[in-house]
Write a protein that binds this ligand. Structure first.
Ligand code: ADP
Ligand code: MG
Length: 257
């Protein structure tokens, strides 16, 4: 694992190790939209975990920066990328064609969990301070429609998933095998994706998705922001990060996370 860190540092030069680094100390100091802060409060998230404290400000900075986040299971990696995702997409549906964010996970159950976290976070976003209107998925307001989520995982009917894609989701949460199938068989276009997350990346590799992930990588626009989150960083993953990420910030929290 230590060697892996060195490989990224050597080739990417500017990658930093943020060991236990404390960024903004609270969600309130991160410049988040009031709807997002309200969501976090309502769900009982009072203070960011260490991986969230470092990742969220980095991911929201301009220009966008790639990031490798390494922290143990249960350290709060989902919100570390989901909060910036919802903020970057302004919590609303865009009528332009094509998904703007893509999250890849190794299993259907994990994809369902992440979908739930994302929907809860974006719930009630209406662009007005303090407002939280409940589940407004699909509703319209003067600020536009609710963010649309598409789940592309094995075990679902292909027809159903084709319909999901024609609904023009803003965020696609997918397992690699099924996503690649839709790309190849149904010409699913990923050219408008700006924000890509490889979550549970060590497990994505353990489960043999490396080839599929490389295929998917080749179909993404080069101007994207790319994130990789993992509990461990074996060499195969470091090589993948070198190929798929640009000068990533390495946020590594070991025992103290
Ligand atoms: P990981 O992906 O690192 O394994 P998760 O994102 O699944 O971790 O989060 C683990 C648990 O911690 C979840 O139950 C989640 O709701 C909770 N959690 C995440 N962030 C916070 C926070 N800031 N405050 C309190 N609980 C949190
Ligand atoms: Mg996780």
């Amino acid at each position: 694992v230590k060697g892996g860190t060195d490989i990224i540092k050597k080739t990417k030069g500017k990658s930093k190790i943020a060991k236990g680094e404390v960024g903004g100390g609270s969600f309130q100091s991160m410049g988040l939209h009031p709807s997002l802060l309200r969501s976090l409060t309502l769900q009982g998230y009072r203070i960011p975990t260490p991986i969230q404290r470092t990742s969220i400000p980095t991911l929201l900075a301009n220009p966008p920066r790639d990031l490798v986040g390494m922290a143990r299971t249960g350290s709060g990696k989902t919100l570390a990328y989901m909060i910036p995702l919802v903020q970057r997409l302004s919590g609303r549906h865009a009528s332009t064609f094509g998904a703007r964010a893509l999250i890849l996970l190794p299993a259907r159950e994990l994809a369902l969990q992440v979908l739930k976290v994302g929907k809860e976070l974006a719930r009630g976003w209406n662009g007005k301070e303090g407002a939280h209107a409940g589940d407004n998925q699909g509703e319209t307001s003067e600020k536009g429609q609710a963010l649309r989520w598409g789940l592309i995982v094995g075990g679902e009917g292909l027809d159903e998933q084709f319909e999901m894609i024609t609904n023009n989701p803003d965020v696609i949460i997918a397992t690699p095998g099924r996503l690649l199938h839709l790309i190849v068989e149904m010409n699913l276009d990923l050219k408008s994706v700006q924000y890509v997350v490889f979550d549970e990346a060590d497990r994505l590799f353990e489960m043999g998705f490396e080839t599929a992930l490389n295929e998917i990588l080749h179909r993404l626009p080069s101007s994207r922001q790319t994130l990789l989150f993992s509990a461990t960083l074996p060499k195969s993953l470091v090589d993948f990060a070198k190929a798929g990420l640009q000068d990533p910030k390495l946020v590594r929290l070991d025992a103290e996370s």
